[in-house]
Design a protein around this ligand. Structure first.
Ligand SMILES: [Zn+2]
Length: 141
């Protein structure tokens, strides 16, 4: 867990002022659904999700770029078609999906259990990246 990630939203929206606003509920839901799909749900803070949702919401209005060194945030931005870059890192080169698995009984999970523990044997669920895709490999709607 990376703790609070340093994250910024840069946009070319008119006014060019940083406006603190909450994303609309439907964008937050889209981000959460995508986070579950990618196995990033447990890696993202509420603030990360809100910022991703806000970027998604603002995207049709102008150029939006997320700045974050958090690989989970970058992975999410990539999947959601949001522009991003890292502050110090060069960013992820490939998109990946997290495989959630139990190191105790070797079961694999589609989504993380609420408490992060295997419901079968009680071990802590681990994750590893799988299924690398070339960047921009998937067509965007
Ligand atoms: Zn288990």
């Amino acid at each position: 867990m990376s703790g609070v990630s340093k994250i910024r939203l840069i946009s070319s929206l008119e006014g060019d002022r940083i406006r603190v606003q909450m994303p609309e509920e439907r964008f937050l839901r889209e981000v959460e659904a995508s986070a579950l799909e990618l196995g990033e749900a447990s890696a993202l803070s509420d603030a990360d999700k809100e910022l991703l949702a806000l970027a998604l919401q603002l995207k049709p209005l102008g150029q939006v770029e997320l700045v974050s060194d958090d690989y989970s945030v970058q992975n999410m931005a990539e999947a959601l078609g949001i522009g991003y870059r890292g502050l110090t890192t060069r960013g992820i080169q490939r998109r990946f999906k997290w495989l959630l698995y139990c190191p105790g009984c070797h079961r694999v999970f589609d989504r993380p259990p609420i408490d992060g523990l295997c419901p079968h044997c009680g071990s802590e669920i681990k994750r590893k990246p799988v299924e690398a895709h070339p960047l921009r490999g998937r067509k965007t709607p």
